[in-house]
Design a binder for this molecule. Structure first.
Ligand code: MRU
Length: 359
């Protein structure tokens, strides 16, 4: 196959994944911020392992990577048994992580294209094109969501005389977690571009530390004012009256507007409601799962207790201590002020509002 197609993210400081010379290149997020190392993948199994091990993470980035994983399976298949190879790749990729629905959404798209291909060379071309389209569409969705979100916060386009606001965010939802720009962090980027941002408070996001290792790094690279705080400091920050909006991403949004996102999001939503601070969820439609009635049906990933017991091999807890490590929680729709997608916004989400936009 020729190696001419390329896909990457826009001209901002950070890129997490690239399709280059017929390979998937991933910035190894396990090593940030200490080292910037890229991993080159040529197989679907390699991509599945990278998703499982969090070389790449964040719901949209997982979906995009999985799509490229299917394209890689086609690229390296031979005329003998190519269909079985691609089916096996889809199975393996879909077992990599359970909560972010973007993974399954992207694989279903790839599967539909695969099902319509008559031979291997058609599959190679069409699956590569589809993966690149998924990547580019995610980036376009991020940019559209940033516009919708500013409107939902009450900023009118072109308003230059509005006072800047401070926001608080959780986990990493930026260029590192998406096709580029970001979901919640994309909104924050846009506030900054419009001089509407005073300060971002970034929860450190225990236990994997996406906030301190990734969000703080990504924002600082782009010159966006960020203050890092321990997760437990969020209550005091919201109580101070300094923050106008809590802005987070999502891994899966169900038909009633419940939202699964990084563990700790639910407690932030409770805090925001108590302190009369707006709570906004920003996610592309690839994160919306209208097949599930409520958040109770979302599979919540539990990861190895070592993530709590150790940091990079250094013990933080007594050896052998029992650990509960769910890495996502579900925020009930009733605590959410607005869900922002590229299709538009759902205020005070409930089943009727969700069906109006996604029915
Ligand atoms: O475990 P992670 O790092 O993949 O979890 C990421 C999150 O929970 C993000 O908030 C979510 O995926 C939205 S990313 C745009």
């Amino acid at each position: 196959m020729n190696n001419t197609k390329e896909s990457t993210s826009p001209a901002i400081g950070t890129v997490a994944l690239k399709w280059h010379n017929g390979s998937l290149e991933l910035l190894d997020q396990r090593l940030l911020p200490a080292q910037e190392q890229w991993v080159t993948l040529k197989s679907a199994s390699g991509v599945a392992l990278c998703i499982q091990d969090m070389v790449v993470r964040g719901a949209p980035a997982i979906g995009i990577s999985a799509a490229y994983g299917v394209a890689l399976a086609a690229r390296h298949a031979s005329d003998e048994g190519w269909q079985a190879v691609i089916k096996q790749a889809i199975r393996e990729l879909s077992a990599s992580r359970p909560t972010a629905v973007n993974l399954f959404w992207a694989l279903q798209r790839m599967e539909r294209v695969f099902g319509a291909c008559g031979d291997l060379s058609e599959a190679q071309k069409r699956l590569e094109d589809e993966a690149i389209a998924i990547h580019q569409e995610d980036l376009a969705a991020n940019l559209a969501m940033a516009d919708h979100a500013l409107g939902a916060m009450g900023f009118s386009v072109g308003a230059d005389n509005t006072s800047p606001i401070s926001v608080l965010t959780h986990c990493n939802t930026g260029a590192l977690a998406t096709g580029g720009y970001g979901t919640a962090l994309g909104v924050i980027r846009r506030l900054h571009e419009k001089n509407l941002l005073k300060q971002v408070y970034a929860d450190e996001t225990r236990p994997w530390l996406q906030g301190s290792r990734l969000t703080a790094w990504e924002l600082m690279r782009d010159g966006i004012p960020v203050t890092l705080n321990a997760d437990g400091a969020a209550a005091a920050i919201l109580a101070s009256g300094e923050v106008r909006w809590v802005i987070v991403g999502a891994d899966r949004i169900t038909a009633n507007g419940d939202v699964a996102n990084k563990i700790g999001t639910y407690s932030l939503a409770v805090l925001a409601r108590y302190h009369n601070v707006g709570f906004m969820v920003v996610a592309p439609t690839s994160t919306v799962d209208m097949s599930l009635k409520s958040g109770a049906q979302i599979p919540i990933e539990e990861r190895n207790g070592v993530e709590l017991r150790e940091v990079r091999g250094v013990p933080l807890a007594p050896e052998g201590v029992s650990v509960f490590n769910p890495v996502f929680d579900v925020t009930p729709a009733s605590l959410i002020d607005v869900i922002v997608t590229e299709k538009g916004v759902v205020r005070n989400p409930d089943i009727a509002g969700m069906y109006r936009l996604f029915g």
